[in-house]
Design a protein around this ligand. Structure first.
Ligand code: ATP
Length: 369
């Protein structure tokens, strides 16, 4: 069952269209991530679901109920934001139990639930502390505890980890995933960080200019991006993109690009949409290849492969990022650290053609099925 349904959801701020006909269904128990660059409308979409922002047009349903005109406090949702404000004059226990107290739950029940949630979050020894006596990560756990203790039907989280340092963010990311799996509560999580999206989401919705670019599982977005924007937004370092031309028809297709000519493997050609090539002759395309799908070889054992000059090598310990010039085209390759070339060396470039991506040069939509 879909817990949250957004139907043709639109938000206008004056003449600006912040959310442009968003249609999405979020399933029971799902961890859904909204991701996209700054200003793409993810927070506004989340706030409309939470009732903190009015809807310009379209509908929001929670558990089948149209909630457009339902006040936030009656939606049975809990929200965690980047700027989680704990009550400074309440100890951790009272911060977590605040909403239960507000609902006049009996004292023994509050004690039990606050203790359970604190144990779940590993902060049971902090219940007697003031917020000022906590580290950033501990405060964030208290904020999560405050949301969890109510046992709502839906969590909305807006960049809850962005105030934390990198190491703590990774740790809290894992804790949130573990917690969400344990509780099984439907969660919508907003972030601009594609790594967070990829590691946390059961599914991801990518937004740009208020419009959905693609909704899918992380692997689908990575391996079958619907357009060039998703292809370059998901994955780090970003996918290499360069112009090219498809020549030939039927099974025999050659990609002609500045970096070289590549006869495409039949199994790859079979994935290209029928109307993408045909009797009309060559077709202009944009090509994409991920850094890990470029193999570098030595020019000594050259077998006619394109040659490149190594501009820069960035070591990461396990891997290395290698910036290359192939004629006027710049490419970034990822190699195992022990196989990395040296700067100013000439190497050969081998593309894993089965991992190539092709996009229409005008619409930027993927040509692959
Ligand atoms: P960020 O990651 O920077 O928070 P976002 O994807 O969450 O970005 P939104 O905050 O949803 O983006 O904003 C979407 C668009 O709507 C932006 O262009 C923003 O400037 C605009 N916007 C958001 N809130 C308001 C407001 N209250 N009044 C006017 N414009 C707004």
């Amino acid at each position: 069952m879909s817990v949250v349904v957004c139907k043709d959801l639109v938000k206008r701020f004056g003449s600006a269209l912040a959310v442009d006909h968003v249609n999405v269904e979020i399933q029971d128990g799902e961890f859904m991530v909204f991701v996209g660059p700054s200003g793409c409308g993810k927070t506004t979409t989340l706030r409309m679901i939470g009732g903190l922002e009015t809807v310009s047009s379209g509908e929001v349903y929670i558990d089948g109920e149209l909630v457009n005109d339902v006040a936030p406090r009656h939606r049975d949702i809990a929200m965690v934001f980047q700027n989680y404000a704990l009550y400074p004059h309440y100890k951790v226990f009272d911060n977590i139990g605040y909403t239960l107290k507000l609902r006049k739950r009996p004292k023994h029940e509050i004690k039990q639930r606050v203790t359970d949630v604190a144990t779940m979050l590993g902060i049971e020894n902090l219940l007697d502390r003031w917020p000022r006596q906590l580290s950033g990560g501990e405060r964030q756990r208290v904020a999560l505890g405050r949301a969890i203790v109510r046992n709502p039907r839906l969590y909305l989280m807006d960049e809850p980890l962005s105030n934390l340092d990198a190491k703590l963010r990774v740790q809290m990311r894992r804790e949130i995933i573990r917690l969400q799996r344990q509780l099984g509560t439907t969660t919508i999580y907003v972030t601009h960080d594609q790594v967070e999206a990829m590691t946390m989401g059961d599914r991801i919705m990518v937004l740009r200019f208020g419009q959905i670019q693609q909704i899918g599982q992380p692997e689908t977005l990575y391996n079958q991006p619907a357009n060039m924007f998703v292809a370059q937004f998901i994955g780090s370092p970003a996918m290499n993109v360069f112009p090219g031309r498809l020549e030939g028809t039927g099974q025999e297709l050659t990609l002609v690009a500045d970096i070289g000519h590549f006869l495409l493997p039949p199994e790859f050609v079979a994935r290209i949409g029928r109307d993408s090539v045909g009797p009309q002759g060559p077709r202009e395309v944009m090509c994409g290849i991920r850094p890990e799908d470029i193999r570098l070889g030595s020019v000594e054992s050259d077998s006619g492969r394109p040659r490149a000059l190594v501009d820069l090598v960035e070591g990461l310990g396990s891997d290395a990022y290698v910036s290359l010039s192939v004629g006027d085209t710049m490419l970034l390759a990822r190699t195992p650290a022990d196989a990395r070339p040296t700067e100013n060396e000439n190497v050969t470039v081998d593309l894993n053609l089965n991992k190539l991506h092709l996009f229409d040069s005008e619409s930027e939509l993927s040509l692959l099925n």
